[in-house]
Design a protein around this ligand. Structure first.
Ligand SMILES: C[S@@+](CC[C@H](N)C(=O)[O-])C[C@H]1O[C@@H](n2cnc3c(N)ncnc32)[C@H](O)[C@@H]1O
Length: 199
């Protein structure tokens, strides 16, 4: 597990182009993106954590008029996003040591946040109040329960972890989120487990 964890960054650096080519573009996540977008103010600001190369998730939100700040620790992913959407903000940063002065109306991490370990996820969630406006929406994909697993990207091993859905809910309630939805293995979203919350 430790080597998968160490490997994850290199996999997304070394195989960014392959990953991007294979990333489905048919917007299987559209239902959740629309739900997210519908809660945000017009032209609102969105932080996309683990944004990858910007297509199709940021792309969809940009087309709806939102202002994106995309964070990814893979420089080649960020380079692709800059080329595609130069008018948005793309930063090569690790979300575990994120430094941002701005606050956002929405925060999304579609298949990104789950690369952090459980302790890193708890630490990150503790920083949410300093990243979000008073009224804000969160959309993350998570695992189905507490644990660590490995996955494969371009034939290489990557690391994933999740907390129990109840723990996510408790943390979000602590940070002022009022409406929290957790849908596990959503058949409408290629089986992704989704955490959605507004405050
Ligand atoms: C499966 S891809 C998803 C990309 C994009 N969200 C999408 O749905 O197309 C995961 C992304 O998270 C990034 N990532 C993983 N851990 C990260 C971390 N600690 N900080 C910043 N980016 C990270 C990877 O570099 C990769 O681009």
């Amino acid at each position: 597990m430790e080597s998968a964890k160490k490997n994850t960054r290199h996999v997304y650096e070394d195989h960014a182009a392959t990953w991007d080519e294979q990333r489905p573009r048919h917007l299987y996540e559209r239902k959740w993106l629309d739900h997210f977008a519908n809660t945000l103010p017009q032209s609102g600001s969105i932080l996309d954590l683990g944004c990858g190369a910007g297509e199709p998730v940021s792309q969809y939100l940009i087309a709806h008029g939102f202002q994106i700040t995309g964070i990814d620790f893979s420089q080649p992913m960020i380079d692709l996003a800059v080329t595609r959407f130069p008018e948005q903000t793309w930063l090569a940063q690790d979300m575990r040591s994120l430094k941002l002065a701005q606050r956002f109306d929405g925060i999304i991490s579609w298949d990104g946040f789950f690369h952090l370990s459980q302790s890193e996820q708890r630490l990150f969630l503790g920083k949410l109040p300093s990243l979000l406006n008073n009224s804000a929406t969160l959309l993350f994909t998570i695992g189905t329960g507490d644990g660590e697993v490995t996955g494969t990207v371009a034939g290489q091993t990557v690391y994933h972890a999740s907390l129990e859905p109840d723990e996510y809910q408790d943390i979000l309630i602590e940070h002022g989120f009022k409406q929290i939805e957790t849908v596990l293995e959503d058949e409408d979203a290629l089986g992704r487990s989704v955490l959605f919350a507004t405050r």
